[in-house]
Design a protein. Structure first.
Lengths: 259, 257
């Protein structure tokens, strides 16, 4: 049997560098996200996880390196190319980032309305259907974000991210600020939605319970580079002292903690 | 510290800030004009900035008109020139005080609100979220605000002109012994179209300034609640100063025609 050539990665990052003033945050980061898999990037607070995601989305401009989605180069790309790439991506923000001037259903249908895929009446129906997928009833549709609990806001954020059925999903600290049970509910939901959509998922978190639940593969970001990458089953015997320290949450070890 | 270096640094900072504001304005206009207009946003902002500013602007105008009549009486009675009061009131209101005071009040009310709203949207990542949902935040958030303020401030000033003159009329008729018809006739006697128009042009410029400074400061605010607070303060202060500067520039332009 001849070996099957490996499928090209959905997202391919090479030599990514980003600095803020004199402070380098990403220093030549390489990362592949295989199509249809869920990759979780772990790393301490301030290690540049959010910067990584914002660079991929084109919200921050990298200083050097290459980011390709489906083979299309995004660093230095035209606005139209960037917008086309963003169209493939749905993102759940850390604080959900719901638009607080709009009711829940308009939040969920925002991307559909912005692209004029549907009229307002159809958009509302689509929003209610999408809310059902994240476990919210139609009575939530006319509430405003400020009237929702943290867990419900995350659900609405999720619904907004998947409303246009994107090929790629980004999750920025999906469980931050939730109690352990609600965190588990959201993790389950992420797992289910990603496999239902057949999407490629890239998450960043430092919540190890979340990692074990939603990851197929795990990459560890430290000092601006990926220092370890492997399947989630290898997390406990990675053989990497940095990963070991992080996974077990020990104060002492090779990772220097800035106070 | 070397005083020359300090002056140089301050100058460079000032120039950099000016350039950043101008670049932001051009970007926002280019984005706004390159695609569809968000009518719903525009309508909402026009209502918020125009209609809901009416009480504040109206109160400012009526008391300004009243005090104008009183003060000019104090001065002009010394020359037996009281009959000039209606002219003074109407010219001061339309050319100068209507636009400037309405502009300053709106800078406090609307400029602060814009900076706080956009600043909060920035620090809670709502502006980033817009980008991920196929929406240009400059076109969706900034351009409708710029347009709404530029359109609504002239209308507000028109109302302020009328209310201000009415304030002058009230004081002149009930306190200074003018005939009610006489005051109205005299105020129109020397009033020319250009007096009103120059005031409305000023108003449009001030409206643009208020919205621009609010959007600019809010859009680039950083660092949580404190950052949003600082952005709001900067928006109001810079808009107020720019209004006073622009007021001279526009007056000069009309004056030298």
């Amino acid at each position: 049997m001849s070996p099957r050539p490996p499928a090209p990665p959905k997202i391919r990052i090479r030599g990514l560098e980003k600095r803020f003033g004199p402070k380098p945050v990403l220093r030549g980061l390489d990362l592949d996200v295989p199509e249809g898999r869920s990759l979780v990037v772990i790393g301490g607070s301030g290690s540049g996880k959010s910067v990584l995601i914002k660079c991929i989305l084109g919200l921050l401009k990298p200083d050097a390196g290459s980011i390709r989605i489906d083979g299309t180069e995004l660093v230095g790309a035209s606005r139209a190319t960037l917008e086309a790439a963003r169209r493939k991506v749905g993102m759940l923000f850390q604080g959900a980032a719901l638009f607080d001037s709009l009711p829940v259903w308009e939040n969920v249908a925002f991307g559909l309305l912005a692209r004029r895929l549907v009229d307002r009446k159809r958009a509302r129906e689509r929003a209610i259907a999408t809310l059902a997928r994240v476990g919210l009833g139609p009575e939530a549709a006319d509430l405003y974000p400020a009237e929702l609990s943290g867990g419900m806001q995350k659900r609405v954020g999720l619904a907004r991210a998947i409303a246009a059925e994107p090929e790629i999903l980004f999750f920025d600290e999906p469980t931050t600020g939730l109690d352990p049970i609600m965190a588990d509910v959201i993790n389950e939901l992420i797992r289910t939605l990603v496999s239902e959509l057949g999407a490629t998922a890239l998450s960043i978190t430092h919540d190890m319970a979340s990692v074990r639940k939603i990851a197929d593969r795990v990459a560890m970001l430290y000092e601006g580079r990926i220092i370890w990458e492997g399947p989630v089953e290898r997390l406990d015997d990675s053989g990497d002292p940095y990963v070991d320290q992080f996974v077990h949450g020990r104060a002492t070890g090779p990772i220097k903690v800035g106070v | 510290m070397n005083p020359l270096a300090a002056i140089g640094r301050a100058t460079l900072l000032f120039l950099a800030a000016t350039g950043a504001v101008v670049a932001f304005a051009l970007q926002a206009l280019a984005s706004g004009l390159s695609g569809r207009l968000y009518w719903r946003q525009l309508g909402r902002q026009m209502l918020e900035m125009g209609y809901f500013s009416l009480p504040v602007v109206g109160l400012t105008a009526i008391f300004t008109g009243m005090v104008l009549a009183l003060q000019s009486y104090t001065g002009f009675a010394r020359f037996e020139a009281q009959e000039a009061i209606p002219t003074i009131v109407v010219l001061s209101m339309t050319r100068e005080l209507g636009p400037v005071l309405a502009g300053l009040m709106v800078a406090g009310r609307v400029g602060a609100a814009i900076a706080a709203e956009l600043g909060t949207m920035r620090v809670t990542e709502q502006i980033d979220a817009l980008s991920t949902l196929a929406t240009d935040p400059l076109r969706y958030l900034v351009f409708p605000r710029l347009l709404a303020a530029t359109l609504m401030l002239p209308l507000l000033v028109l109302v302020a002109d009328v209310i201000g003159v009415m304030g002058g009329w009230l004081v002149s008729v009930y306190k200074l012994g003018f005939g009610p018809i006489e005051f109205v006739n005299r105020s129109f006697e020397h009033l020319e179209t250009e007096d009103v128009v120059s005031g409305l042009v000023k108003a449009a410029v001030f409206g643009f300034i208020v919205a621009l400074m609010g959007c600019y400061q809010g859009y680039r605010s950083r660092g949580g609640a404190q950052g949003v607070g600082a952005a709001t303060t900067r928006a109001v202060v810079s808009a107020s100063i720019l209004i006073l500067v622009a007021n001279y520039v526009v007056t000069e332009l009309f004056f030298s025609r």
